[in-house]
Design a protein around this ligand. Structure first.
Ligand SMILES: Nc1ncnc2c1ncn2[C@@H]1O[C@H](COP(=O)(O)OP(=O)(O)OP(=O)(O)O)[C@@H](O)[C@H]1O
Length: 412
């Protein structure tokens, strides 16, 4: 566990970046620090790896004051990821990732094998290993940054706006990847962002900060969105926080009605079986609903809705959701977008298992449920790079030491 124990930072010019914070960052979970620019997020993060020394209070890592630890050693045990990755431009990707293992004295083969393993873990193709950072996209560079931070399997990961320099789609992918990795690795992650969407998506606990690092609210994402501590926090969360909260609630809360005849595998219809093959697929059946007919293929996948009151048999889209994997937001979306006002419940293979009309989804919205999965609305924001700061951090690219250890040349 990381513990901020009255930790404060006053700069020589008198600026108080952080006034004195008490905060526990639990082991194996993701804690997100979120708040407006200048509220002290980065200062707090850097107190953990001693890039910034508190001027009052302490930071404890597993009950040891970090001030008592050798900074270089401390940093090698803490993964650190920053905006735009801060990779060594003159080193191949594989050697960027192997930086800390080299520093720890691993032989080159073992370090590179570990690096290759990590590139795979973060979803990068093996051929990426030989490239230089400039030959990668921004998103790929961030993945390399994450791989590098994980190289020596540190229990703690500090992430300072790591995904904010990439576009929203790439960013969503990186967030997804971090969630997947964290489910597997259970690191103690301290993550800084000023994007509330990102905070509620990634955090097990979210710390909303005000100026001088004061805690406005500390809560799990669901509680934060549904019960903001005060009007300021509510304003920071934004007007659509209710809708966003749906992205934290599982769609399992929706009461799904079976389609008559569908469950026993004898076709899917509650109406007329057979009778043509829209879209060229085998027709599994048709199910009649009020004013609408649902057409399914012979695998019970939806083909479309037909308006029974209209002339002709024009197929309209039949959106669905997966109760076991999706959120209430996805269920609502499917119900709203369905021309029949009926969302289809789908299994993992896209087969229809039942239906939920808009009323059923609204009933689930009204019911009190606890949060489970997460959904995401990405947002773009600032860009900046600061390679110098990661060098300063030592843990990830202590170039001077690196040169000693493995004879790397040039660059800095
Ligand atoms: N070296 C310094 N000297 C004086 N003031 C500083 C110094 N470094 C940071 N500050 C001030 O300390 C406060 C906290 O800075 P910090 O970088 O921790 O904020 P932040 O929440 O991470 O901001 P952002 O989201 O913009 O990165 C800011 O008001 C900043 O101007």
């Amino acid at each position: 566990m990381i513990r901020f124990d009255g930790a404060g930072k006053r700069h020589p010019d008198g600026t108080v970046a952080v006034e004195g914070l008490d905060l526990d960052v639990p082991t194996g979970r993701t804690t997100v620090l979120v708040g407006p620019s200048g509220c002290g997020k980065t200062t707090l993060l850097r107190m953990v790896n001693r890039m910034i020394e508190p001027t009052s209070g302490r930071v404890l890592l597993d009950d040891t004051d970090v001030a008592a630890l050798d900074p270089a050693k401390l940093r090698r045990g803490i993964g650190y990821v920053i905006q735009q990755a801060g990779l060594f431009p003159h080193r191949r990707v594989i050697d960027n990732v192997a930086t800390v293992p080299y520093l720890l004295g691993w032989d080159r083969r073992k370090a590179r094998a570990r690096a290759a393993e990590l590139l795979d873990l973060v979803g990068l193709a093996p051929e990426t290993a030989k490239r230089y950072p400039f030959q990668l996209s921004g998103g790929q560079q961030q993945r390399v940054g994450v791989a590098r931070a994980l190289a020596a399997d540190p229990p703690v990961l500090l992430m300072d706006e790591p995904f904010s320099a990439v576009d929203p789609v790439v960013r969503a992918g990186l967030q997804e990847e971090l969630l997947r990795l964290q489910a597997e690795l259970h690191k103690t992650v301290l993550f800084v962002t000023h994007d509330i969407e990102e905070a509620v998506r990634l955090g097990d606990q979210v710390v909303v900060l005000r100026e001088r690092g004061r805690i406005a609210q500390l809560a799990d994402p669901h509680t934060l969105l549904t019960a903001p501590a005060d009007a300021d926090v509510a304003a920071f969360l934004g007007r659509d926080r209710g809708l966003r909260g749906l992205g934290l609630r599982p769609a399992t809360a929706v009461a799904v009605r079976p389609i008559p005849g569908a469950a026993n595998g004898s076709g899917t219809n509650g109406g007329t079986p057979g009778g043509g093959t829209p879209g060229g697929r085998g027709l599994g059946g048709r199910a009649r609903f009020d004013g609408w007919e649902l057409v399914l293929d012979d695998e019970r996948r939806p083909i479309g809705w037909i308006d029974r009151d209209a002339t002709g048999t024009a197929l309209q889209p039949a959106p669905g959701f997966r109760p076991e994997a999706d959120t209430l937001r996805a269920a609502l979306d499917a119900a709203v977008l369905s021309p029949a006002g009926i969302a289809l419940a789908l299994d993992a293979d896209g087969r229809v298992t039942g239906t939920a009309d808009r009323e059923a989804v609204l009933a689930a919205l009204a019911a009190r449920t606890s949060p489970a999965g997460v959904a995401h609305v990405p947002s773009a924001d600032r860009t900046a790079t600061d390679e110098a700061e990661v060098n300063e951090a030592g843990a990830n690219e202590p170039a001077a030491n690196e040169a000693e250890k493995d004879g790397a040349t040039g660059g800095r």
